[in-house]
Design a protein around this ligand. Structure first.
Ligand SMILES: [Fe+2]
Length: 336
């Protein structure tokens, strides 16, 4: 009897030891995971993005929007009607992205700016296609509205902002010309190709990728942000490629090029190059999507809300501001 009891006790001890052997490493492993919690946490609901970062000590709030597609014009547009007619006829009938009620690009722009004021944002970022073509009146109107707002406003151009359909010339040349002649008031004193500003403790880098091409200087602007180690957000018009996305998510798309360009005839523009992206384009993509200090990238162009996680980092697209769409981005210290 005593021998049976001892055997039972021994068996019980061995079983307990076995359970401890199996469970304890898991408990320790779980704790290790908690210790190695990511330094950036994102949560997004509707048009709000919350970013918690251990590299940020004060809250920074941004209003971000793209693709308002304003189309108003006046007599100064007369010499250019043959180049602006199609886009001047677009976006006359739009529905609000939340209510479904009819609205206009002007009302959407105004309500977005009013919201930025009422939320007390630290800066406004406009990510291209704010106008449907480089209409002097439309750009002037944007300036008049922004002049009434005591909030820093930053802008980078979209493919329509500088495009007169059917005008002869390369995308580089036409972008250079119409940014200089019509859009510089929106860029302020900044380099329209790429510039960085600091908002609170967060760097905001705006890169004009609106012709799907990246210059060595633009690549180097991202490299400088990576080297700085400071938390930064990349803002641009054309989003980054992610697997399963169409060639419209062009930056870095391996199939982007003349063979997949279905829009050049209707937009009456230079066809995308036969050779596709350059090495510099891919270097820009790789640098930006693997930057350890990148909080997020935000782009427009595709007129829809979305997020792709590339190498563990989020890349957002925003809906068309013509329909009232926007993001309020709250960047906050890591929650305890
Ligand atoms: Fe657009």
């Amino acid at each position: 009897m005593r021998r049976i009891t001892l055997l039972l006790l021994l068996t019980l001890l061995l079983l307990t030891a076995g359970v401890m052997y199996v469970v304890l490493p898991q408990v320790q492993s779980a704790r290790r995971c908690a210790d190695a919690a990511p330094e950036v946490i994102h949560s997004s609901t509707g048009p709000n993005i919350n970013i918690y970062s251990s590299a940020v000590s004060d809250t920074v709030r941004l209003m971000v929007f793209a693709d308002t597609h304003l189309w108003m014009s006046d007599e100064r547009e007369e010499p250019y009607r043959e180049y602006s007619a199609r886009m001047a006829g677009a976006y006359h009938s739009v529905k609000h992205f939340q209510t479904g009620t009819p609205t206009t690009p002007e009302e959407s722009f105004l309500s977005t700016i009013r919201l930025a004021q009422s939320r007390g944002v630290d800066a406004i970022a406009m990510l291209g296609d704010i106008v449907s073509y480089p209409s002097e009146r439309a750009v002037e109107w944007v300036g008049e509205v922004l002049d009434t707002v005591a909030i820093p406003c930053y802008y980078t151009s979209g493919n329509h902002d500088w495009h007169y359909e059917g005008m002869v010339g390369s995308s580089e040349h036409l972008r250079e010309r119409w940014r200089a002649e019509r859009l510089m008031s929106l860029f302020g004193d900044h380099d329209p190709d790429a510039y960085a500003v600091e908002v609170g403790g967060v760097r905001v880098l705006l890169v004009d990728d609106s012709n799907y091409k990246i210059t060595p200087e633009q690549r180097d602007a991202v490299a400088a942000e990576v080297k700085s180690g400071k938390p930064f957000i990349l803002m641009h018009h054309i989003p980054f490629y992610a697997p399963s996305r169409s060639v419209s998510f062009g930056i870095g798309h391996p199939e982007w090029g003349a063979a997949t360009d279905s829009g050049y005839k209707i937009e009456r523009r230079e066809q995308w190059p036969a050779e596709g992206h350059t090495e510099v384009d891919y270097e820009f993509y790789d640098l930006a999507t693997t930057a350890p200090n990148l909080l997020a990238s935000i782009a427009g162009h595709v007129h829809s809300y979305g997020v792709d996680i590339i190498h563990g980092r989020p890349h957002y697209t925003v809906g068309a501001n013509a329909t009232g769409a926007y993001y309020i981005v709250n960047i906050m210290p890591m929650a305890n």
